[in-house]
Design a protein around this ligand. Sequence first.
Ligand SMILES: [Zn+2]
Length: 189
Amino acid sequence: MSKDLITLPHDGLRERSKRVGYVDETVKKLIADMEKATLEWEASREHEVGVALAAVQINVHKRVVIIRNNFDNKADKTFQVFINPEIVKYDGEIKEEFEGCLSVKDVYGKVPRYNRVKVKAKDLQGKDVRITAEGFLARVFQHEIDHTNGIVFVDRIKDNPESFYRLSKSGKIEELADEQREEIFSILW
Ligand SMILES: [Zn+2]
C-alpha cells in the first residue's frame, strides 16, 4: 500500500476539493504522485486494477482526476488527466453495478449510476475537453467526480445495507454476514 493513499475513516476524503486555476509545476508533480500511488496500490493488490484516482485520495484537495487509458490491460500504465471535471449532463438508464475504491479497503458495493454522462474538463494544456462516456467509463467519471465533492461511493448506498459486499482473499466478491456489515459500517462512518 502506498503511504500517500488515504483510506476511510480519514476525514480528508469527505472534504470538497478546490478548482485548479492553471496547470503549473505543482499540479504536474501532483499528477505524477497520483499515478505513482495508483500503480503502487495496484502492485500490492493481487485481484484488483487501479482504474482511476482523484487527488483527494492522496489528501490533496484539488479537482484533479486521472483515469487509466486501458482498463483491461494492466501492462498499459498510462492515464488520462482531467482538471476541474464536472458532469454537464446525465443520460440513459440508471444501473446498479459493483464498485470498489482504493480508499475503501476490501469493500465493494452495488451503486446506482447513470449509464451515460457528458463531462466537461480541462486537459494538461489547459484546453477545454468534452467527453461523452458510457457504461463503465461513465461510472468511473461519476465515482471520481463524487470524490472531488467529498463523496465516497459507500455514502451513495449508505441506506441500502444489502448493497454492501466484501472482497475475499481469493478475489471473490462475497455477501456480508450481519456482524461483518456492522464492523464495516463502524469504520466507514
Ligand atoms: Zn474511489
